[in-house]
Design a protein around this ligand. Structure first.
Ligand SMILES: [Zn+2]
Length: 415
């Protein structure tokens, strides 16, 4: 096997370079995925970024030209770095060792990653400097990017300040610098508080500077000036393993999200027949109205239950056994049963409310007439169902097709 050369990484010093020429130095078969062969190609130099440091890989194509003059386009679907530092380009089309290729990085994807990653350095630096909230991890996701923050809890006002400060520095178009330091220099810089954290690598380390704001050991691709980050938008927080996870988006993603948010607000406003700025007030009004209506409904149901209880009690003496129409629920069954016992001469009430899934039953009795809890539980148990309650009132449920069986089991037990 050919000795694998450590690829010359163009993206380290020229993150804006998206087209390059190179030669295939090695190829290996990775695996068969869905019956298709997958290969990994190593190049003598590459501008493709391999997944690392929270930033995902680049995609793009390698183009090889055959002696005949025909060109073969090889899509790159993943890029990884191995432990020896070799960069492997994943593809379903093999290329022979020694093949001269030209590479082209998918520009929109790379640009998006650069905006999110540079935005992260800036946001992390601001939170660290102002609120001693230290970034312990970074994830650049498909929808949002997140940083996990260690340190004191952050208020909404602090987060708002951080976002404003980030956007102020973005507008200032500060140039980002790339330089290298020995590991000894890096340790000294960390001790002087010039470096936020030491990199895991040994040997020379790459440092990304935002002048006056941040010094960060990082292998990622970054924008040339902060202006290219574009708008930075916070998207929410959650607690994760004792840390605060802060979601954010930058650049084109932020613009897309703002537009989507606005469309959602417009649609909500149209449904509420109000202006977007009035949505909150409108929702508050609806909630208040809803509370009033709920109360009115409860009062009306209470009145109906009293009337229905009186009617049932006059038609049936001693015990009342009654199935409700489908528009009455388990709560109404309970209300009606308690009205029968408290407001009429009825000694024992058995009320059934059946919906699509189950028959809800309530058994209530005047004191000393019947132990409702034990009686209902015993009857339910014969059907393998559960329920129970106090001596005065008990509840349970069975599938609708068992309602008749339950009533038959109860009938001999009801006086
Ligand atoms: Zn970084």
């Amino acid at each position: 096997m050919t000795e694998v050369q450590s690829a010359n990484r163009i993206y380290y010093d020229e993150p804006a370079t998206l087209e390059f020429t190179a030669e295939v130095t090695a190829i290996r078969e990775l695996a068969k995925v869905d019956g298709q062969q997958v290969w990994q190609i190593a190049l003598d130099r590459t501008a493709f970024y391999p997944t690392s440091g929270g930033q995902p890989y680049d995609t793009g194509v390698l183009v090889a030209t055959a002696r005949s003059g025909a060109s073969l386009e090889v899509p790159i679907t993943n890029v990884e770095e191995d432990e020896a530092g070799e960069v492997w380009h994943t593809t379903s089309k093999p290329l022979q060792e020694g093949t001269a290729v030209s590479g082209r990085i998918e520009a929109a994807r790379r640009r998006d990653h650069m905006q999110q990653h540079s935005g992260q350095h800036l946001l992390s630096a601001i939170l660290d400097r102002n609120f001693a909230a230290r970034t312990v991890s970074f994830h650049l996701g498909d929808d949002v990017s997140t940083i996990d923050l260690e340190g004191p809890a952050l208020t909404d006002a602090q987060l708002q300040f951080a976002a404003q400060e980030a956007n102020r520095i973005i507008a200032a178009a500060l140039p980002l610098g790339i330089r290298y330091a020995t590991s000894e220099e890096a340790v000294a810089m960390k001790e002087q508080g010039l470096l936020r954290k030491l990199p895991p690598r040994s040997g020379n380390i790459r440092i990304i500077d935002i002048p006056g704001i941040d010094t960060n050991a990082c292998g990622g691709t970054h924008v040339a000036t902060t202006a290219e980050i574009g708008p930075l938008l916070l998207r929410g927080t959650e607690k994760v393993r004792g840390n605060l996870r802060l979601s954010f988006i930058c650049g084109s993603r932020a613009l897309t999200a703002i537009n989507a948010d606005f469309l959602t607000l417009q649609e909500a406003a149209a449904r509420l027949t109000t202006a977007p700025s009035e949505i909150t007030a409108s929702i508050e009004r609806i909630r208040t109205e809803n509370r009033v209506l709920q109360k009115e409904r409860a009062n009306l149901l209470d009145e109906i239950a009293s009337l229905e209880a009186a009617k049932l009690a006059s038609a049936m003496h001693g015990s009342v056994i009654h199935s409700l129409p489908p528009d009455r629920d388990a709560a109404y069954a309970k209300l009606l049963a308690s009205k029968l016992i408290r407001e009429t001469t009825t000694a024992v009430a058995y009320i059934v409310a059946t919906d699509r899934e189950r028959s809800n039953v309530v058994l209530a009795a005047k004191p000393g007439m019947l132990d409702c809890g034990t009686t209902l539980r015993t009857a339910l148990n014969t059907l393998g169902a559960r329920g129970g309650g106090s001596a005065e009132m008990a509840q349970g449920a069975v599938p609708p097709e068992q309602a008749e069986l339950l009533l038959n089991a109860l009938r001999p037990l009801i006086p």
